[in-house]
Design a protein around this ligand. Structure first.
Ligand code: NAD
Ligand code: IPM
Ligand code: MN
Length: 352
């Protein structure tokens, strides 16, 4: 997805608002990128009858990289599961084999006051969550709804990982930690769940290949507590799909806003989909109020991880840091700057 301000850009809710700004920033860098866009989510359901039309999946499969906004629309919550907007992002992840989700969180200079934590606690945050993205209770079967023999409605899902799925995300966790400060914390619920005991066993086995990385294990409930008590203790976190989803939203408020956290979803070959960790925010959609920085930073991750343009990525990141240091803030950070004006600021900072 990408290109100008086309009507298929960015998915649902604030997706189009924020992707439009990221595309403006990429265009300003004059990198010679070819953009193509396709409908996705609730918007695609309306125009094409399915949240992930075959043409959209085919375009994503052909592309060198995918920039994704958000999907999700309250008007679609009554649809059968397979037609809901969220199935589009789940389908892209599964069909494209995007098993590894990198979600960095660090405190930008000047933003300590925006954190939900005390400034001195927030100031220490520089962590990377490596979230498994194509397994776990999200995709396990059987799942469904039925009526029990007693006539009660019942819902069920299956939490499931096999050792190969755990091993490949564990290796990426160790590699990531090796490129950072050399510490990997594996988060699970091995005290209760069989899936998590296997996770812990396999991660521990893989650790033998990475003697230079210090591995620790932590239960997810404790991790949630530690993330607000002393987040500076974390370097790289590796965890499953569900725990990673929850912990990354929590980490976002520790550095100021969910509107700041980008992500990369990678396959085994380095192809990727790039999206902010937030959703379609229907409460502020179309009002020029969304923070576009998470998506702009996702575009930077795209340049670095999929397009071999690390210098351009660093330029975007430096521009975002400069804009935040200047005090410019969207509403989520307590400011008054609109979505498009924030895009203008970043583009101006690129030139500076
Ligand atoms: P959300 O992330 O969309 O919004 C949560 C809160 O954060 C809202 O108050 C919203 O206004 C605010 N917020 C989010 N992004 C913001 C931004 N960039 N700038 C300023 N404020 C921002 O989560 P939700 O409300 O739980 O979900 C809304 C819809 O989005 C649902 O349909 C959900 O399924 C979907 N969703 C999609 C994705 C995705 O496409 N990857 C991710 C999360 C949620
Ligand atoms: C995210 C979202 C998705 C997830 C939903 C919309 C399927 O919350 O990307 O974090 O749970 O992975
Ligand atoms: Mn989420």
């Amino acid at each position: 997805e990408g290109a100008g301000a086309g009507r298929d850009i960015g998915g649902d809710g604030i997706g189009p608002d924020v992707v439009a700004q990221a595309v403006r920033v990429l265009t300003a860098l004059d990198l010679g990128l070819d953009f193509a866009e396709a409908p996705v989510g609730g918007h695609a359901y309306r125009v094409a009858g399915h949240p992930l039309p075959p043409e959209t999946l085919a375009l994503a499969a052909r592309a060198d990289a995918i920039l994704f906004g958000a999907v999700g629309d309250p008007d679609c919550d009554g649809l059968e599961r397979q037609l809901r907007p969220e199935q589009a992002i789940l389908g892209l992840r599964r069909e494209l084999g995007l098993f590894a989700n990198l979600r960095p969180a660090r405190l930008f200079p000047g933003l300590a006051d925006a954190s939900a934590l005390r400034p001195e606690v927030a100031g220490a945050i520089d962590l990377m969550i490596v979230r498994e993205l194509t397994g776990d209770v999200y995709f396990g079967t059987p799942r469904g709804r039925r009526t029990t023999a007693d006539g009660l409605r019942e819902g069920f899902d299956t939490m499931r990982y096999d050792e190969a799925e755990i091993a490949r995300i564990a290796r990426l966790g160790f590699e990531t930690a090796r490129g950072r400060r050399g510490r990997l914390c594996s988060v699970d619920k091995a005290n209760v769940l069989e899936t998590s005991q296997l996770w812990r066993d396999v991660v521990t086995e893989i650790a033998a290949e990475y003697s230079d990385v210090a591995l620790t294990h932590m239960y997810v409930d404790n991790a949630a507590m530690q993330l607000v008590r002393a987040p500076g203790q974390f370097d790289t976190i590796v965890t499953g799909n569900l725990f990673g989803d929850i912990l990354s939203d929590q980490a976002s408020m520790c550095v100021g806003s969910i509107g700041l956290l980008p992500s990369a979803s990678l396959d085994a070959a380095g192809k990727g989909l790039y999206e902010p960790i937030h959703g379609s925010a229907p409460d502020i959609a179309g009002q020029d109020r969304a923070n576009p920085l998470a998506t702009i930073l996702s575009a930077a991750m795209m340049l670095r991880h999929s397009l071999g343009l690390a210098d351009a990525a660093a330029r975007i990141e430096a521009a975002v840091a400069a804009v935040l240091a200047s005090g410019a803030r969207t509403a989520d950070l307590g400011g008054t700057i609109g979505t498009a004006a924030m895009g203008d600021r970043v583009i101006a900072a690129l030139a500076a």
